[in-house]
Ligand binder design. Structure first.
Ligand code: HEC
Length: 160
């Protein structure tokens, strides 16, 4: 086989593997079939969101020494997590409020809920960029925007 055609075959192979990985990830991310699975899934995801958020909060408030690498890692984790719980508000998790703090109004105002989600995810994305600056003056306002994103959704859509 010539080098050229070997490269072509290898490229197709890599594309196939990447495509497979994306499909597999997606299937995994939606791995719930019953209403209670969906509620548990989104609550666990929010717990991890809080975990990472609280860790960064300590650094932003100066209660924990600022460690640029750790902060970047937590911001990145929050970015990935910011997409996870919302899948469990559809499918088996749609209109499910049993053993949950989700309010029924979520599904009545679905497009507003989605826009609160989008605002939050955009804020986290900016937090990730700010974290790369390793400059707390840039990080702090983006962290506050993210915190507002949590509050603004909880206010109308989560039982206290
Ligand atoms: C777009 C809406 C939305 C955003 C944004 C959001 N949340 Fe929530 N959150 C909810 C809803 C709804 C629930 C209730 C889920 C349930 O009980 O089914 C919840 C539940 C939680 C819980 C309780 C999880 C448990 O164990 O029961 C925590 C902690 C939490 N959120 C933290 C956060 C933090 C921190 C942020 C921001 C960094 C955030 N959330 C952003 C809607 C949101």
């Amino acid at each position: 086989m010539s080098i050229k055609s070997w490269i072509a075959v290898a490229t197709i192979g890599i594309t196939a593997i990447t495509g497979w990985a994306i499909t597999a990830n997606h299937a995994q991310a939606s791995a719930f079939t019953t209403a209670s699975d969906a509620v548990e899934y989104r609550q666990k995801a929010f717990s991890l969101i809080r975990e990472n958020f609280a860790y960064m909060s300590g650094m932003v408030r100066g209660e924990r020494d600022y460690d640029a690498e750790a902060f970047k890692q937590r911001a990145q984790a929050l970015y990935h997590l910011s997409h996870i719980p919302f899948e469990a508000f559809t499918g088996a998790g749609e209109n499910v409020t049993a053993n949950s703090d989700a309010l029924p109004v979520i599904w009545e105002n679905w497009s507003d809920f989605e826009s609160k989600r989008d605002t939050f995810q955009a804020a986290v994305k900016e937090l990730v960029s700010a974290a790369a600056s390793e400059n707390m003056r840039e990080i702090r306002p983006k962290f506050m925007d993210t915190a507002r994103g949590c509050q603004q959704c909880h206010q109308g859509y989560r039982a206290d």
